[in-house]
Ligand binder design. Sequence first.
Ligand code: C2E
Ligand code: MG
Ligand code: MG
Length: 261
Amino acid sequence: DLKHALTGKQILVYYQPQISLKTGKIVAVEALVRWNHPDLGILSPAQFLSTAEKTGLMTKIGEYVLKTACEQIVKWKQQGLPIETVAVNIAGDQIHHGSLVEKVKLTLQHTNCDIDWLELEITEDFIIKKTKQAITTLQQLRDLGISLAIDDFGTGYSSLSYLKQLPVNKLKIDRSFVSDINNDKEDATLVKAIIAMGKSLNLELIAEGVELDSHEVFLCAHGCEFAQGFYYSKPLPAEEIEKLYRDKDKDRRKNIKLISK
Ligand code: C2E
Ligand code: MG
Ligand code: MG
């Protein structure tokens, strides 16, 4: 079924807002893949990405998401939406087999997407496993001028020394630390430590999985700059993201709390 998903236009890209905790505004979105299966309906990445990896289809799917996300941000810019960047997740397979740097360059050209409008997310887990090759590829992407984020930061459990060598701009604090931030002292300590470390390394910080008022309060109090989570919005189809802007004051304040801090 997955083989037919791409040709059958069943692969969809949803977008989840990323909020500036300083202004309360949506500053970016993350592109998240979905599969609209003809019998099973909308499937989440957890339900099909491992199959995509095993069957060698991950690179194709990843390239499709990249192209779609670039086209989308160009459309939003043309419409005047104040979304600065779109973040796209990159799978390990794309770095291994996909001549990623060349593909990214071509995709930007073909879609007319400015290099500043794209950010790539690579999981900490992958970087740790494939340090040498990953660093070379990431360096080439940075040389192009693309912003890079380490996804699921804190879950890879490795020496932090690789952070010094990595040409990254941003850490995404994994949601497993954020969910219990107000009850679990150790999680709270870890998040504070990640924020402090990121800041001293001049990295931007975004917390994932922000679901509660109390999460936001904690993150603001400890100087985390950006947040993403169901508290603001679930991942949505592109048209729904546009609606968030159309409904401006009324809906924003009622349905998704974009509070100025
Ligand atoms: P991720 O990149 O860490 O993306 C964040 C995931 O957390 C998304 O799950 C999102 O829906 C979920 N999330 C966001 N806010 C909250 C929250 O407040 N609470 C909870 N419980 N969850 C929240 P999703 O869309 O199911 O994606 C899961 C993972 O699949 C992603 O994690 C990413 O690693 C991978 N993925 C998604 N799209 C792509 C893609 O196009 N390419 C690649 N290589 N991986 C992708
Ligand atoms: Mg991600
Ligand atoms: Mg993540």
